[in-house]
Structures are given as structure tokens and as C-alpha cells.
Design a protein around this ligand. Sequence first.
Ligand code: DX5
Ligand code: ZN
Length: 218
Amino acid sequence: MKTLVSPSLLSANFIDLKSEIEMINRSEADWLHMDVMDGVFVPNISFGFPVIAAVGKYCTKPLDVHLMIVQPEKYIRQVAQTGAMMMNVHYEACTHLHRTIQEIHATGMKAGVTLNPSTPVSMLEDIIADVDMVLLMSVNPGFGGQKFIENTIKKVVRLKELIKRSGSHALIEVDGGVQAETAPRLVKAGVDVLVSGSFIFKSTDPLSTISIMKNLPR
Ligand code: DX5
Ligand code: ZN
């Protein structure tokens, strides 16, 4: 399988979202990553469900929604109504993660669990068989354009082992500071899905940046 690329809309030009989505539609990107922030779980506020639904109508790629909010279980139905393909919730934000994963699946969406940089992969031991994807944060969530946290590479390797050992089919996605230097190393370490915001949207040729990421040697 080739690496999947999920450009993060957070770094797009919001005054001209239509052109940005047209670029994504024309590109080799597999998904579109959308970050919801509540100013409580993370120290920033981004956009909400009406924006996701509007983008989803125009975008031909499946939506990979990343909720950086407290009590994400309250919004499962609303996320599903936007047409999202994947709903990622933070391990740190879910008291009853197993129930939340089941409720996400009941809507027909795929379920992803996200780990902050300080949360060990071993915390997923008893849920890994139930999730479709694990999203490893390689920066502290809340902002685009931050520096990649090097320890993420080790976490990818440990997560790959856990997935293998448990017979899970979960994909490994990494989000934060994914650029020319870190992307090839992440793919070599076993990452399936690369999220990238500023590196793609601020590049002079986003289409070829996406294409290069998609075709990195695995
Ligand atoms: C950060 C968000 C990311 C962000 C990544 O909290 O979850 O999706 O857009 O941005 P870059 O790729 O610029 O680090
Ligand atoms: Zn994200």
C-alpha cells in the first residue's frame, strides 16, 4: 500500500477556501484532515461543524475529522451529519473510550483514537483491536507550523509492534511537523497516513508536494 496523504485544512487560505478545495480535489491526496478545537482541550479555537459540512459538499476526498475538544462523545451525531468518513477522538478526552468508539461505528463512520505526545502507546493495549486508526500527535495539539517531536518515531515503531501482536488492522497516522525531512523517516518507521498542514499549503507547488509525500519509499 502507498502512503496515504491527508492535508490539514488548518493551514489553508480561509478567504479562498474554494480554490484550496479545488486544489485538493485535483491532487493525489487521499483524505482531507479537518481540526476542530474548543479552546478548552487545546489553547486555540478553529472551526466547527457548519464549516466541515460546507467543505465536505465541495470536496471529493473523504473527510478525516480530528476533534481536539473535551467530551467529543456529545458530538458524534453532528460529525456524522457532516458526511465525515473518519472521526478521531483524543484518548485524553474520553472517560469511556470503548463506548465512544462503539457509538462512532454505529453511525457508519470509521473510528480513530488520538494520543498526545506524552501519552504512551501502551495505553491502547485494550482498545487497539476496536479502532480503525491511531493518530499519533507529533506536536502538542492546537497550532499548525510547530516543530516535530522526535520521540514520535519511537512511538510509531512501538505502535506497529502492538498492532501486529494484537492482530489489529488499525492504520497509523501522524500529525504535526510533517515536512520534507520528517516525512521520509516516518514512512520508513511504518506510518500509513501522513497529515501535513503548513508544509503543503504554504509550499509553492502543493500538488507536487502532495505527490512527493505519496510516493515516498516504504
Ligand atoms: C495541530 C493539528 C494539525 C495541524 C498540523 O494541532 O492537529 O493537524 O494542522 O499542522 P502542521 O503540519 O503545520 O504541523
Ligand atoms: Zn490534526
